[in-house]
Write a protein that binds this ligand. Structure first.
Ligand SMILES: Nc1nc2c(ncn2[C@@H]2O[C@H](COP(=O)(O)OP(=O)(O)OP(=O)(O)O)[C@@H](O)[C@H]2O)c(=O)[nH]1
Ligand SMILES: [Mg+2]
Length: 441
C-alpha cells in the first residue's frame, strides 16, 4: 500500500517537473494526481481533499522566494503540508517540578507495555524520576512483563498481583510514587479494537488518576485502520500525544498520518525495535521523507532537481546543435524569466547576432501568454518543423487559437530570431549561459 503511495507521489512530482511551465493547468493536474494516488492508497478522503485544497491554493497564490524555482516551491509546499498534518516536533509537555501522570492507551499488542519501558528509560536519561504502574489486569503475564522491563531499565514498578481492579491499581500506584517521582507511567490493558469494555475502563482510569498526558500507542504496521482506532480513543480520553511503534520493519507508518489527523495530537516518538533503546524522537519532515522513500526533504528536492536538470540539459544540447522546436521556444521564454530580462542577458553576451534587438525580446517576454495558445494549436509536425508554417497554415492556427494572423507571424519571426541567436552564439560565454539555463539555476 505504502509503496504505491510512494510511487504515486513521486510520479506526480516528476510529471510536474517535466511540464514546460507551471501554470494553473499544470498545478491543477498535479493536485488531481495527488488526490488519485492518496485515495488509491486508502488515505481518508476528507483528509485528502483538505490537504490537496491547501496545496493547490498555496501553489497558485504563493510566489517562490528568490533562488527557488516554481517547481521546487510546489514540491516544498507538498512536503510542508504533509508534514503539517503531523504537527511540530518537540518533547512532551512535562514539568519537572510536579508529578506528571502519563496513561498509555492502545489496543491489544500495539506495544503499550514495551513502549512504557522505553519511555521510562528515555525520560530517566533526561533527568526525570520515573515510576511505572502495572494496571493491566486483563492479560496474564502482563505484570511480569512490565516488572522485567522495569528491572532492565532500572525503574521501579508498582504492582499488585492479587488486585483485579485496574482502576484501584492505577490510583494506588499514583499515590505510591507521589512523593518520590515526577513522572508516573501507567501501563493499561489492551483488548480488541474499539471494544466498549476497554474504552469504559480507560474512561474510569482517567477520571480516577487525572493524567497530565494520555499517550496513544499505535502499531505502525496496521495502515489506515489507525484513523478510526485513534478517533475512538480520542473520544473516550483526549489524546495528548502519539507513539507509533514497529517502524523498524517494512512498515513506513502511513497510518500514523491518519491517527495524527484524527486526534489532532502530535506524534511524540517512534518505536523502531524490540529493545528498550529503540525509541526515537519524532521529526515530521524526516517522517514524511521516510513515507516518500527519501532521506529527508533535502534529499527529495535534490533528486527532483537532478531529474529536472537531466531533462533540460538534453533539450539545451539539442537546441545548441541547431534544432529548435516551438516547444523549445516556450521553454526558453520561461527559463529566461528566471534570469531576469532577456534584453539584459543578450546585451551582455558577446557574439550574439546583430539582427536581434533587445526591445523585440522584451516584447517577446510579455507576449508569451499570446504565444502559448498559438503553439498549442499547431500540429506536432508544425511544432517540430516551424519552417513549414505557410500562410494558409498560419491562418488556420490563428483561427484555432483565437489570435490573429499577425500574432502568428510575430511568433514565427521570434522563432527565427531565436534560431539565429542559437546559431550565432558560439562563444564560450554563450555556451556557458546556455548550460546554466539547462541547469535550472
Ligand atoms: N519490532 C518491534 N516490535 C515491537 C515494537 N514495539 C513493540 N513491539 C513488539 O510488539 C509485541 C507487543 O508489544 P507489547 O508491548 O506487549 O504490546 P501491548 O500493547 O502492551 O499489548 P497488550 O498488553 O496485550 O495489549 C511484543 O512482541 C513487542 O516486542 C517496536 O517498536 N518494534
Ligand atoms: Mg501490555
Amino acid at each position: 500500500m505504502l509503496d504505491s503511495l510512494k510511487e504515486g507521489l513521486q510520479n506526480a512530482i516528476s510529471k510536474l517537473l517535466r511540464s514546460s511551465s507551471v501554470d494553473e493547468q499544470a498545478v491543477k493536474e498535479f493536485v488531481r494526481d495527488l488526490q488519485r494516488t492518496l485515495i488509491q492508497a486508502d488515505v481518508n478522503v476528507r483528509l485528502v481533499l483538505d490537504l490537496t485544497e491547501r496545496v493547490q491554493k498555496r501553489a497558485l497564490e504563493e510566489r517562490p522566494p528568490g533562488g527557488i524555482t516554481r517547481k521546487d516551491q510546489i514540491v516544498t509546499i507538498l512536503y510542508e503540508e504533509l508534514s503539517g498534518l503531523l504537527g511540530k516536533a518537540g518533547p512532551p509537555p512535562l514539568d519537572k517540578n510536579k508529578l506528571n501522570v502519563i496513561v498509555m492507551l492502545g489496543i491489544q499488542g500495539s506495544g503499550k507495555t514495551t513502549t512504557s519501558g522505553k519511555l521510562a528509560r528515555f525520560l530517566t536519561k533526561q533527568g526525570f524520576k520515573v515510576g511505572l504502574v502495572a494496571a493491566d489486569t486483563f492479560r496474564p503475564g502482563a505484570v511480569t512483563q512490565l516488572k522485567t522491563l522495569g528491572a532492565t531499565v532500572g525503574v521501579e514498578v508498582y504492582s499488585d498481583e492479587k488486585e483485579r481492579d485496574s482502576i484501584k491499581i492505577a490510583r494506588e500506584g499514583k499515590r505510591y510514587f507521589q512523593q518520590s517521582k515526577n513522572v508516573v507511567i501507567v501501563d493499561t490493558a489492551g483488548r480488541h479494537k474499539e471494544e466498549k469494555g476497554l474504552l469504559d475502563e480507560m474512561k474510569k482510569i482517567i477520571s480516577e488518576v487525572k493524567p497530565d498526558l494520555n499517550i496513544l500507542v499505535i502499531d505502525g504496521t496496521i495502515g489506515q485502520q489507525c484513523y478510526n482506532q485513534a478517533l475512538a480513543f480520542h473520544q473516550t480520553a483526549p489524546v495528548g500525544g502519539i507513539i507509533v511503534t514497529k517502524l523498524d520493519g517494512a512498515a513506513k507508518g502511513g497510518g500514523a498520518l491518519a491517527a495524527a489527523a484524527a486526534t489532532g495530537a502530535r506524534i511524540l516518538y517512534l518505536g523502531t525495535g524490540e529493545r528498550v533503546d529503540d525509541l526515537e524522537e519524532f521529526s515530521p519532515t524526516r517522517f514524511v521523507g521516510r513515507l516518500l522513500g527519501m532521506g529527508d526533504i533535502k534529499g527529495l528536492l535534490e533528486a527532483a532537481q537532478q531529474a529536472e536538470i537531466e531533462v533540460d540539459q538534453k533539450r539545451v544540447q539539442r537546441m545548441m546543435s541547431g534544432k529548435l522546436t516551438m516547444d523549445d521556444l516556450l521553454f526558453q521564454f520561461d527559463q529566461m524569466k528566471k534570469f531576469g530580462s532577456l534584453r539584459k542577458i543578450v546585451e551582455h553576451l558577446p557574439g550574439v547576432s546583430g539582427n536581434l534587438k533587445g526591445e523585440d525580446l522584451e516584447k517577446a517576454e510579455s507576449r508569451v501568454k499570446v504565444y502559448k495558445p498559438i503553439i498549442q494549436s499547431m500540429t506536432r509536425d508544425e511544432k517540430g518543423n516551424p519552417e513549414r508554417l505557410n500562410a494558409s497554415r498560419m491562418k488556420r492556427i490563428a483561427a484555432g487559437s483565437g489570435t490573429t494572423e499577425k500574432d502568428v507571424r510575430e511568433l514565427v519571426t521570434r522563432y527565427k530570431q531565436m534560431k539565429n541567436l542559437m546559431k550565432s552564439g558560439k562563444t564560450r560565454e554563450f555556451r556557458q549561459f546556455m548550460r546554466r539555463m539547462g541547469g535550472g539555476q
